[in-house]
Design a binder for this molecule. Structure first.
Ligand code: SIN
Length: 281
């Protein structure tokens, strides 16, 4: 039976995110994969449940979307160069990704997509949330949109987990490596056009964006604070509850994400892949 006949797409919210039901990611024909890719470009984040993927199958699925890349800061799964661990132990108080961000914004070409598979989950909690940054941009006034279109912003990792980070922040990221080399900085337009769906997207985030290009940090702060209050309106968001066998794949060009840290005393382990692709234009 062709896989497409059992495919069912279930939006999580009106704003962002769809579950792709009735498929096995290990056995996708070209037609079904194309529908999945279109849903990803359209909905910003897609979810699969009840998947049985070992590391090689997970990598093979992610590679269908584009070439893989990796972060030198996250520890890798033994024997793999691109498959990273996102781990919180029972004794850790902080988690990785526990603030709104988009992955690798501090690179000249940020990663296109990130794929996560749940390997070990707490009994309760540990959900992840996403925001639709095109919808957030649409909801601004024409005047502010026009101002932002002419601006660029600086994004850095040094204050997050590099040499300028507070020592306890570094300690909290136990397991991360090469942190003394975290000094990447990149400048990107504050508003970009999504290369696939053509929508204008607001590209700033509270984790990595330090200031507007040509503005001081102090000058940038009030406008950034307003934008962060605006983008985190609940109607731009979705929230996903992970189960054994869940996979999420999100588009870093049009979404921010946030890993909730509400399961202290329990372990959570995810495996992560990052996929390259055309950046915002
Ligand atoms: C991340 O920010 O990459 C981690 C997301 C998560 O663990 O849910």
């Amino acid at each position: 039976m062709p896989v497409l006949t059992s495919l069912h797409i279930k939006p999580l919210t009106t704003a962002i995110g769809s579950e792709i039901l009735g498929v096995d990611v290990n056995q996708l024909d070209a037609e079904t994969f194309e529908v999945i890719r279109e849903t990803y470009n359209d909905r910003g984040v897609i979810f699969f449940r009840d998947q049985h993927v070992d590391s090689d199958q997970f990598i093979a699925f992610a590679r269908r979307f584009g070439p893989l890349t990796s972060s030198k800061f996250n520890p890798k799964v033994d024997g793999y160069t691109e498959l990273a661990e996102v781990r919180k132990e029972e004794t850790d108080t902080k988690n990785i990704g526990g603030g709104w961000h988009t992955d690798q914004a501090f690179r000249d070409v940020p990663v296109m997509g990130t794929m996560l598979v749940a390997r070990e989950l707490p009994d309760l909690g540990g959900d992840t949330m996403w925001l639709n940054m095109a919808l957030a941009f649409d909801a601004l006034s024409e005047g502010l949109k026009q101002t932002l279109r002419g601006m660029r912003a600086v994004h850095s990792n040094a204050h997050v987990f590099g040499v300028k980070a507070a020592p306890d922040e570094i300690a909290a990221r136990r397991g991360m490596v090469n942190l003394d080399e975290a000094s990447n900085e990149a400048t990107h337009p504050v508003v970009g056009r999504h290369p696939e769906n053509g929508r204008e997207v607001l590209y700033v985030n509270p984790t990595y964006t330090t200031h507007f290009d040509g503005w001081t940090v102090a000058e940038s702060e009030p406008l950034l604070r307003f934008l962060y209050m605006h983008i985190t309106r609940p109607e731009f968001a979705c929230r996903f509850h992970w189960e054994e066998g869940s996979i999420a794949f999100w588009d870093n060009r049009q979404c921010l994400h946030y890993a909730l840290n509400d399961y202290h005393g329990e372990k959570r382990l995810m495996h992560r892949l990052m996929v390259e692709g055309p950046p915002l234009q």
